[in-house]
Write a protein that binds this ligand. Sequence first.
Ligand code: PNS
Length: 159
Amino acid sequence: MASAVYAGSFDPITNGHVAIIQAGLVAFDRIVVAVLTNASKSPLFTVDERIEMIADAIADDPRVEVDRFDRGLLVDYARSKGISVILRGLRAVGDFEYELQMANMNRRLALGITTVFVPANDYFFVSSTLVKEAASLGGDVKGVVPELVERKLREKYGR
Ligand code: PNS
């Protein structure tokens, strides 16, 4: 069974992430979405909230597992799950340099692990950071994030 790990902060998950997972499922039978819990940036949502929003967005698709990833290297996490592919989305050219560095560093850290990139589609302009900024200032993020995320953002920002 071809599996991939899709790791990130997902603070919160956006429709861009959902599109990457869906595109990933064309190539992989199983995707483990791994939520990084020790992100240095102080997250808006707790890990449990982030996991709940991801699970809701993928609507119990049996091919997708949502997990938390507490510490250490992503390559070690992937190995612990018996997975040798890291799935990443590429939005704009600006992403490319960082993603290429990370992919090569991960390959250096664990030779048997490779990164597969999926191009972002209609949601290429969406990032969790921009979504939070827009929502915090009263912007409408409908259609850019899953419905539950939209509701939770409204709750967080009291709008
Ligand atoms: O999409 P994000 O939130 O920018 O994801 C970043 C993530 C989780 C993929 C990256 O920070 C990561 O892999 N962190 C785990 C620590 C690690 O393995 N660092 C070495 C990367 S070369």
